[in-house]
Ligand binder design. Structure first.
Ligand code: SF4
Length: 111
């Protein structure tokens, strides 16, 4: 079987197109072959009080601590907040971890 130059070049072009198509499917439309970093949406929970004493739990309750607030008076903007760099922070007047977006009745805005 004799192959002409024209046919040979045509076959190379077809092969290149097939490789390019396969690459696009594998990277963009293929199932499970390509991974894109997803934004971490895991909720931060800072309400584990299992290691606190009953008195410490009562203090949290008395201060009406909540894990989130919509009034902008968040722990992270409170002068009593202790940012320990691990997501959940601490509080100078209350034991246990506190959520950066949490709040309580003793909120005191940072200067
Ligand atoms: S005093 Fe209240 S608002 Fe301030 S950091 Fe502690 S828990 Fe959060």
């Amino acid at each position: 079987m004799k192959i002409t130059r024209r046919k040979f070049i045509g076959n190379i072009a077809l092969g290149g197109a097939a490789v390019a198509t396969f690459s696009l499917v594998a990277c963009k439309g293929g199932k499970g072959t390509a991974t894109t970093p997803e934004k971490k949406t895991e909720a931060l929970a800072c309400d584990d009080v299992s290691k606190l004493t009953e008195a410490e739990k009562k203090t949290r309750t008395a201060l009406k601590y909540v894990e989130s607030t919509s009034d902008g008076k968040t722990c992270e903007s409170c002068t009593l907040y202790v940012d320990n760099g691990s997501g959940c922070g601490g509080c100078k007047i209350m034991k246990g971890s506190v959520h950066p977006k949490g709040s309580c009745a003793s909120y005191s805005k940072k200067a």
